[in-house]
Design a protein around this ligand. Structure first.
Ligand code: HEC
Ligand code: CU
Length: 361
């Protein structure tokens, strides 16, 4: 029982810490602090990772279940600790009591034994049923009616999202790190991993769900409020685990459709930055990154519409020209240990490649 109390205290402490902004992403990448994309996604608010502030049915189910479990455990704690205190105070050695004199001993009471067998059984039964019911309605193996279907692939240390949309040429729109969704429409996620186990966790939307190599998991959510939802990879996955932040932008259906159009649009091909494009193709950039029509590397984030994002490196840094240049110069400085090497470009080449990437709207 003290252990349950301890867990409850830890849970509360964790929530207070994460809920009050002691959280890397909010400092660097709050809306307004970056200028990359604005028109398509006017941000209303940032919704912090807080399990007590749900904005989606699965998150609400989890919150209700947590309160039920906390309530029952709290009640048991009070009853058991109360009986212990009562015993300790009432039956402590009296003033004139002789050493060794014991109170009257009672052996075997059927009613008491039956009670303390049946009551815990009932409690466990209730907790099991409510938990199984919540799990069943959250881990949907089939997409709900009308859901937006997205495959999420965890990489060390960034997120890939593939929108499965039969209306799109090729049936897929691939983006990195920033998941855009319409509000009030179910979003069904199929979770996979390219390397190790990761865990997708945006507390205001849904519970943690692991991304496991050679295995698919499913979860879903319906964002009910417009805004930028923050989260974090929740399964230790290597040295940049903490730099694997989650960002979900939920907007009105019309804004979401406008965003989708920018992702479907053909790659911008601006002749004034041809030098940067050539460097991108000649250097190893093109073996890791895809820019549609230019390169098809599968190892790293798709850069076709890079400039429609607010951040780079999975939410670790804002996307602005200076940061982008610094990133290409030496990614290990912004995100030590990450899987992009410095290609030792000279400053002219750096300027050219940066100028090229800045045209990729
Ligand atoms: C060995 C493979 C590799 C090469 C070569 C490479 N990158 Fe990367 N790049 C990555 C990986 C992996 C990431 C994701 C890092 C992370 O977030 O942990 C990345 C991230 C990026 C990002 C940020 C994308 C985003 O949305 O977060 C940009 C921009 C980028 N690379 C540009 C370049 C350019 C320009 C070159 C060539 C000068 C290059 N990369 C060469 C692997 C590579
Ligand atoms: Cu991870």
């Amino acid at each position: 029982m003290p252990f349950k109390f301890f867990s409850a205290v830890c849970l509360l402490a964790f929530t207070i810490v994460t809920g009050t902004g002691v959280y890397g992403a909010t400092d660097i990448c709050a809306p307004g602090s970056v200028g990359a994309s604005d028109a398509a996604t006017p941000m209303t608010q940032t919704i912090l990772p807080n399990i007590f502030d749900p904005h989606s049915p699965p998150a609400r189910m989890i919150q209700e279940l947590s309160w039920l479990v906390l309530g029952i455990s709290g009640g048991l704690f009070i009853v058991v600790e109360g009986m212990i205190l009562y015993g300790v105070i009432m039956y402590r050695r009296k003033k004139n009591q002789k050493n060794g004199a014991e109170p009257r001993q009672v052996y075997g009471s059927n009613p008491v034994e039956i009670a303390w067998t049946i009551i815990p059984l009932l409690i466990v039964f209730v907790l099991t049923l409510t938990t199984v019911r919540a799990i069943r309605s959250i881990e949907l193996t089939e997409a709900p009616e009308g859901a937006l279907q997205v495959v999420v692939i965890g990489h060390q240390w960034w997120w890939e999202y593939r929108y499965l949309d039969p209306n799109v040429p090729g049936g897929q729109v691939i983006v990195a790190n920033e998941l855009h969704v319409p509000i009030n429409r179910p979003v069904w996620l199929r979770l996979e991993s390219a390397d190790v186990i990761h865990s997708w966790w945006v507390p205001a939307l849904a519970g943690k769900m692991d991304l496991i190599p050679n295995h698919t998991n499913q979860t879903w959510f319906t964002a009910e409020t417009e805004g930028l939802y923050l989260g974090q990879c929740a399964e230790y996955c290597g040295n940049q685990h903490a730099g694997m932040l989650l960002r979900v932008v939920a907007s009105k259906p019309a804004d979401f459709d406008a965003w989708m159009q920018t992702q479907i649009a053909p790659t911008v091909n601006d002749p004034s930055v041809a030098m940067g494009r050539d460097i991108f193709q000649e250097y190893a950039c093109s073996t890791c990154h895809t820019i549609k029509g230019i390169s098809d590397g599968q190892f790293a984030p798709d850069l076709t519409h890079l400039m429609s994002r607010q951040t780079i490196a999975s939410g670790v840094a804002p996307l602005d020209p200076a940061t982008l240049r610094a990133w290409i110069n030496n990614p290990q400085e912004l995100k030590p240990g990450c899987n992009m090497p410095s290609l030792q470009l000279d400053s002219q080449e750096l300027d050219a490649v940066t100028a090229y990437l800045l045209t990729l709207r």
